[in-house]
Design a protein around this ligand. Sequence first.
Ligand code: ADP
Ligand code: MG
Length: 250
Amino acid sequence: MAIVKVKGISKLYKRHKGFFKKEKILALKNLSLEVKKGEVFGLLGLNAAGKSTLLKILLGLISPSEGEYEILGKKGDNITTKQKIGFLSEEPRLYPYLSAEEFLDFCGKLFKIERKERKKRIKNLLEIVDLLNAQKIRLKEFSKGMIQRLGIASTLINNPQIIFLDEPLGGLDPLGRKRIKNIILELKRREKTIFFSSHILAEVEEICNRIGILHKGRLISLKEISELKKEGESLEDFFLKTIKRENIKE
Ligand SMILES: Nc1ncnc2c1ncn2[C@@H]1O[C@H](COP(=O)(O)OP(=O)(O)O)[C@@H](O)[C@H]1O
Ligand SMILES: [Mg+2]
């Protein structure tokens, strides 16, 4: 079953450049894509490829200029869908004066989860992201890796059917990346559907079932990781080869 269906989405940004001038950027070009239940899907692409734009559209934060999408069988931006999904933005900024526990409690309240159930879920989530020992510490004391881990925990508070993560590995040191990788692998074992963007290929190769390569707003490749393995090619080689071929075409 397809949890996410994207059909012919384009996004044109218009940016003011001085008083009369407008700059137009076609950030997504006629993009179609499906993500199936239980899949861990990695959206890869260089900086400015359009990854965050696609995620923001799927979350209803911005609207596409053309095309349509469905999440969990419901079209477009839909409030009931939002209760069943989780989202972590690129470089999340969480409330510095709350503790990890208070922050998750706040997130749980937004979904109107009752107190006892909230407590249970918070403990469970802090355990998954290995922050039980830091639950009383204020977030302003947290490292980037800890913030990222707590951010992932917060996307799970409503027990979502799919989570969207925008560059969850971005800006982390190797240890930080390894911990996020392990969390995503754990969620994969629990059969969560995950749609995330990244350009950190080594980790992506270990985490994903399938990848899509976005290049200058166009989806230029979709590939099963198992297929790559059969072909004996590393994701890094495949990615660079695919992008190079595209640049020659232009
Ligand atoms: N709000 C915006 N207004 C104008 N242009 C934007 C806006 N957001 C993104 N862009 C442009 O759209 C392109 C894709 O950006 P983005 O989706 O953030 O890429 P990625 O996440 O892959 O780095 C870039 O050229 C970027 O400058
Ligand atoms: Mg981005």
